[in-house]
Design a protein around this ligand. Structure first.
Ligand SMILES: Nc1ncnc2c1ncn2[C@@H]1O[C@H](COP(=O)(O)OP(=O)(O)OP(=O)(O)O)[C@@H](O)[C@H]1O
Ligand SMILES: [Mg+2]
Length: 276
């Protein structure tokens, strides 16, 4: 493609992204510094909370090299493309897009940053998201190209930083908060995941990964602390089965924590509407 054609194609993509984004009320980017702290778990379960409250919700799996959202939602389908438009997957009325729908299980995605960004652009430009109340982007760990692309193109209005309480995760989460501030994402909230484990036998709380790290981090950086989610073996078991703990165990502590966090996020948005 000659340079001029490339520029035209990019401009057209830009326009399609703007058109799509303008129909999505709230856009949340879920990220962290460290891997494995629960970003995907938080993205999916918050989506269920919003959906159950009657909000139309979508998830964009922006983790191109480690796409897990399809697995956690129990989706094994292949992507359908109709008239150049990508039809998002649907699970319990939640729309979702992931590269997992294009690759075979076990097949690695060995792409450098620009290629990964290109896929994210396409997810924003060409997926038929329709009108949405919430779009949640589940990001890979770290502060790499994916978060830059999401910040520039999806224009999130909320950065949700997930950390476990232990120091090694909190240190990385600090970088994530600083990045969110540099990217001028208007609002930042911190969630502490894997915050204590209630022993099913003796019922005592064991602070496997210490406790309080997320709250202190939020205070130190003057951002909102949204709450803590305990470790519950069911969260892992249901996630591996492609089911949500929110639907399966509506009264457990993990579900209550997610609902309270979702309420705080909804409150934030309704307050900002009143302020404007
Ligand atoms: N509160 C919890 N209780 C029990 N298990 C949990 C909890 N949160 C997450 N897990 C489990 O921990 C593992 C890692 O979680 P998850 O995949 O959500 O992390 P992640 O931050 O998205 O990881 P990555 O950085 O690789 O994208 C998963 O097996 C998940 O089911
Ligand atoms: Mg993940």
């Amino acid at each position: 493609m000659i340079e001029q054609e490339k520029q035209i194609a990019l401009k057209e993509e830009e326009k399609r992204i703007e058109g799509n984004i303008s129909k999505i009320n709230h856009r949340i980017a879920v990220f962290s510094g460290k891997g494995g702290v629960g970003k995907t778990t938080v993205s999916v379960n918050l989506a269920f909370c919003f959906q159950m409250e009657g909000f139309s919700t979508g998830i964009l799996d922006a983790d191109i090299t480690g796409p897990n959202v399809a697995k956690v939602l129990g989706i094994n389908d292949e992507l359908i493309i109709l008239n150049k438009s990508i039809i998002p997957f649907q699970k319990d009325n939640i729309k979702m897009i992931s590269i997992a729908g294009l690759i075979k299980p076990g097949q690695p995605v060995i792409w450098r940053g620009p290629m990964r960004s290109k896929v994210i652009n396409q997810f924003l430009a060409d997926v038929d998201w329709g009108e949405l109340d919430y779009l949640i982007a589940d990001l890979p760990p770290g502060t790499g190209d994916e978060i830059l692309t999401i910040a520039q193109k999806m224009k999130p209005d909320y950065a949700l930083i997930v950390t476990t309480p232990q120091e090694v995760s909190v240190i990385d989460a600090e970088r994530a908060i600083t990045m969110a501030k540099k990217l001028e994402i208007p609002f930042i909230g911190v969630i502490e995941n894997m915050s204590g484990f209630i022993c099913p036998f003796c019922k005592n709380k064991i602070d496997l990964f210490a406790s309080g790290g997320g709250k202190k981090l939020a205070e130190d950086y003057d951002v909102q602390f949204l709450g803590s989610i305990p470790i519950d073996i069911n969260a892992r078991i249901f996630s591996d089965k492609g089911k949500s703990i929110i639907l399966e165990k509506p009264d457990c502590e993990v579900t209550k924590s997610f609902k309270s966090i979702a309420d705080l996020i909804e409150e934030h948005y309704s307050e900002s509407i009143i302020e404007n």
